[in-house]
Design a protein around this ligand. Structure first.
Ligand SMILES: CC(C)(COP(=O)(O)OP(=O)(O)OC[C@H]1O[C@@H](n2cnc3c(N)ncnc32)[C@H](O)[C@@H]1O)[C@@H](O)C(=O)NCCC(=O)NCCS
Ligand SMILES: Nc1ncnc2c1ncn2[C@@H]1O[C@H](COP(=O)(O)OP(=O)(O)OP(=O)(O)O)[C@@H](O)[C@H]1O
Length: 198
């Protein structure tokens, strides 16, 4: 059973994914796949270097994530150009992992953690979509604390995604991550129990 997990930036998707993994679920993490296709030697990184210039590549051949991030989170056209290069490769890799998990462990709960699940039109591709929700002001506070960003930098990242309230409305299931970790964990346990998964 493949479940889509999304939310807004810093709403707690990785935190919730790990809670599912602790309950025995398998995880496919879009951010991790996105990092893999940006490794030196991968054709996607070569394409990024060609489109955005060698200034985006450090001396050791790795991507300068901070530099590319500050460009794309402040320039929507550049962000779309990056997504046109990265998203097809990310999506193909995620689908192939889901198929491999399904073949190896049929019936097992697979969580696909995809920040841009709705933005990229994947709302109907899963058995259910879970949205990890906190209001935008909490997103911003947690993002500033975790990444050491200014308020303006955090706002730019939030503005690069759909509003979290819109995602909450589309969700099949909402995981409310405003409270403590223990409160969030209780919701995961309830979710698993309701579906006979625990
Ligand atoms: C621009 C990059 C290099 C910045 O790297 P950085 O280490 O600062 O951020 P990281 O990759 O950890 O992403 C953190 C969060 O930013 C958000 N985010 C990333 N890319 C995008 C995007 N294109 N649009 C909106 N939000 C995004 C997501 O919520 C993600 O969880 C990186 O985010 C990237 O390669 N983005 C393009 C690939 C992509 O779209 N990834 C999103 C998952 S499919
Ligand atoms: N219930 C909570 N209470 C307090 N802090 C939390 C809670 N859940 C998550 N956090 C913190 O908020 C930050 C964002 O959480 P997390 O990294 O799980 O979000 P994310 O949605 O995966 O982010 P991204 O979109 O950037 O990948 C982290 O520093 C995390 O430790």
């Amino acid at each position: 059973m493949n479940i889509g997990l999304t939310g807004g930036i810093a709403s707690g998707k990785s935190t919730v994914s790990q809670l599912f993994v602790q309950q025995g679920a398998l995880l496919i993490d879009a951010d991790a796949v996105a990092r893999e296709v940006m490794q030196p030697g991968h054709p996607v990184l070569a394409e990024v270097a060609k489109r955005f210039g060698s200034v985006m590549i450090r001396e050791d051949g790795t991507l300068d994530r901070a530099k590319l991030g500050s460009l794309i989170f402040n320039h929507p056209d550049e962000r779309k150009a990056l997504e046109a290069i990265t998203h097809p490769a990310i999506r193909a890799e995620m689908r192939s992992r889901a198929a491999a998990y399904d073949a190896a462990q049929p019936g097992k709960l697979v969580i696909s953690d995809i920040p841009l699940l709705y933005e990229t039109g994947q709302g109907n591709d899963f058995y259910e979509v879970l949205v990890v929700y906190v209001p935008a002001d909490i997103q911003r506070t947690r993002l500033m604390a975790r990444n050491g960003l200014t308020k303006e930098e955090a706002e730019a990242r939030l503005a690069s995604q759909w509003d979290i309230e819109r995602k909450r409305e589309l969700a099949d299931v909402v995981i409310d991550n405003r409270g403590t970790l223990a409160e969030t964990e209780r919701q995961i346990h309830q979710y698993m129990a309701d579906r006979g998964l625990s």
